[in-house]
Design a binder for this molecule. Structure first.
Ligand SMILES: Nc1nc2c(c(=O)[nH]1)N[C@H]1C(S)=C(S)[C@@H](COP(=O)(O)O)O[C@H]1N2
Ligand SMILES: [Mo]
Length: 332
């Protein structure tokens, strides 16, 4: 979603994204300043052997999804939209998935990604840590469809019919101990599949976190499908989350691990640039991002600008979560 300030040794494709982000000193130190001169000449990040080929693309897309028979799921009438559903042709070609591309058309860079096999790990402060395959998970939780608005911190928005199950059902199943205060979620890590995970400037894997109260709020939704079918890879298949009252970067894709913890997790973007992206990231039109306004947003389908809503319009469900936190930085 953001580019890194351009330096001589940086990649040309980094210029494809609209906003500039400044890598924190911490991230640079973590990357190891000593290696800076040695690598990342333009073009060396993705070895030729990893460049997508038409044959590979075909192989990956031809794998039938074993969960296809579960779709479409019944649409919930609890969650309604104040705008049309964004056409799939648009929402599936304007994506953020930094592991694969710093630009918005991510799908062509995902030819090495496969949605199966996929194992999810549950650990930390739980009665008993375990692993579960995505299809066993899908068999355990009834699927439903929910229409949610989605608001990226970059001030664009869309409206999507997600399919999945409430995060609360999953949390109950994980049996967290009473000492668990947060859930930390982690994206897969496999640079052979996700070329940008070789980019030492970023703290892979992608991580996000929620308080237990947020994770068990009725809106927190674990997503497995979209538009009435298993989610295409660029949407974060086979498992991502949708948190419609928060900026989109909280809605982590490609989840392989849930860790229950008593420590507030540090998210990927918080780690990259903590002065601009924080733990809470609740949508608020009145609190500008340090580099741009959040007062309005652009609908990616129509180009129309509309006023941004507090909590992205979901205050009724979530405002209560933040009582007593009025002075905290809950808008970044
Ligand atoms: N693992 C991972 N999850 C991610 C991201 C990412 O780069 N990597 N981008 C986030 C951002 S900034 C947004 S806006 C949403 C985009 O979701 P979409 O592509 O389905 O619209 O995914 C979020 N989840
Ligand atoms: Mo975003």
């Amino acid at each position: 979603m953001h580019i890194v300030r351009r330096r001589g040794w940086e990649l040309p494709e980094a210029t494809a994204t609209p906003e500039a982000v400044y890598l924190s000193r911490r991230a640079m130190l973590k990357a190891g300043a000593g290696t800076l001169g040695a690598i990342a000449l333009p073009g060396t990040l993705v070895p030729a052997a990893l460049a997508p080929t038409a044959a590979l693309a075909q192989r990956v897309t031809e794998v039938p999804d074993p969960s296809a028979h579960l779709y479409p799921a019944k649409r919930s009438d609890t969650f309604t939209l104040d705008r049309p559903i964004t056409p799939e042709a648009k929402s599936s070609t304007v994506n953020n998935y930094y592991e694969f591309s710093y630009g918005k058309n991510v799908a062509p860079s995902m030819t090495r990604f496969a949605r199966r096999p996929w194992v999810v790990k549950v650990d930390g402060l739980v009665e008993k840590p375990f692993e579960i395959g995505i299809d066993d998970l899908l068999a355990r939780f009834p699927l439903e469809e929910r229409l949610y608005r989605h608001r990226c911190v970059e001030a664009w928005s869309m409206a999507v019919p997600w399919t999945g199950f409430p995060m609360k059902a999953f949390v109950d199943y994980a049996k967290p101990l009473s000492g668990a205060k947060f859930v930390r979620m982690e994206t897969f890590l496999d640079p052979k599949v996700a070329p940008n995970q070789r980019d030492f400037r970023y703290p892979w894997p992608y991580v996000e976190g929620l308080t237990m109260a947020e994770a068990t709020n009725e809106l927190a939704f674990l997503v497995t499908g979209v538009y009435g079918k298993p989610a295409p890879a660029q949407f974060g298949a086979p498992l991502r989350i949708a948190l419609p009252w928060k900026y989109g970067f909280k809605s982590i894709k490609g989840i392989v691990r849930f860790s229950f913890t008593d420590k507030q997790p540090v998210g990927y973007w918080e780690e990259v640039q903590g002065s601009e992206y924080g733990f809470w990231a609740n949508v608020n039109p009145k609190v500008p991002h340090p580099r741009w306004s959040q007062a309005s947003e652009e609908d990616i389908a129509t180009g129309e600008r509309r006023p941004t809503l507090l909590y992205n319009g979901y205050g009724e469900q979530v405002a209560g979560l933040y009582k007593g936190l009025e002075d905290a930085r809950i808008w970044f």
